[in-house]
Write a protein that binds this ligand. Sequence first.
Ligand SMILES: Nc1ncnc2c1ncn2[C@@H]1O[C@H](COP(=O)(O)OP(=O)(O)O)[C@@H](O)[C@H]1O
Ligand SMILES: [Mg+2]
Length: 335
Amino acid sequence: MLLRTQIIEILKHIIVQSTGKPIFSVASIEELDIDKDGKVTISLNFPPIDESEVIEVQSAIEERLKEEGASEVNLTINVRKPRNIHHVIAVSSGKGGVGKSTVSTNIAIALSQLGNRVGLLDADIYGPDIPMMFGVNERPYVNEENKIIPIEKYGVKLMSIGFLLDKSDTPVAWRGPLVTKAIEQFYNDVEWGELDYLIIDLPPGTGDVQLTIAQSLPTKYGIVVTTPQDVSILDASKALNMFRASEIEVMGIIENMSYFVCPETGTRYEIFGSGGGERLAKESGARLIGRIPLEPRIRKGGDEGNPVVLMEEDTETRRIFLEIAKEVTKFIEGS
Ligand SMILES: Nc1ncnc2c1ncn2[C@@H]1O[C@H](COP(=O)(O)OP(=O)(O)O)[C@@H](O)[C@H]1O
Ligand SMILES: [Mg+2]
């Protein structure tokens, strides 16, 4: 009678023709059992592969095990559904507090309002602000396949570490490898379904999370958020260079808190200076795709889970975010 170790040894030598690789370089064992009559029950998990390959692998395994003495082979091959996330866009900046989460939130909703299927992955493990900006207090469910069902609000599917913490002010004290794992799981183990756009709201800087989204996730596009002053521009250019070093195409630069228009007088004040975003665009060759004013309604909307793009009144800010969302879709159609 075959032993478990023998079976594993036999399986190790079976090659998946399409990849030319042994099955264990792509598949994993879900179940392996041998009963007293020599009947072998195996269940294997595969990444997305063609039906024809499933049949081929199946017959190869059955044939080999019978040759080696299995009285019967009961084989199940589970094939993971292909991921259908068309465009992954990361939103980065050098500094914290410049408006990445605000921009990610409002662009995600604006893209959804334009008729797209949109997800938003909050990759700011240490300071997850997406739950607050969307006004979400629920916890996501986990289905039978151990996939997390994202929370849907304002037409956007959301995932954030903030949904899993007991209290929103609990600090996460994780080291790099755990953070990397969490980000990978937020991409792979969340049931995103089919998405036109997945927006990733990054933490500030150029650390582990930025490396993970560049190396382990199929992130193709990046947006850089900055405020107009020099210190912010300097850090934003680091974020921009990191995108480029990872072969992430920079879709555009957004200058946030660009100016303030006094509601009483209509006078425009450039509180953080002016021209920073334009300068960064010129120096880097990336496009400035939007300038967002400093506006109390944006801050209030963020704190209250009522993003400014959803506000009833047709504000200039709302129009700017919709314009940026259109720029995003145009960029992708043109690339
Ligand atoms: N254009 C703006 N006008 C007013 N407040 C803003 C604006 N952009 C962002 N804020 C506020 O500034 C704070 C920091 O923004 P946030 O999006 O959390 O930045 P980051 O994600 O880069 O750390 C939040 O309270 C947010 O509501
Ligand atoms: Mg943030």
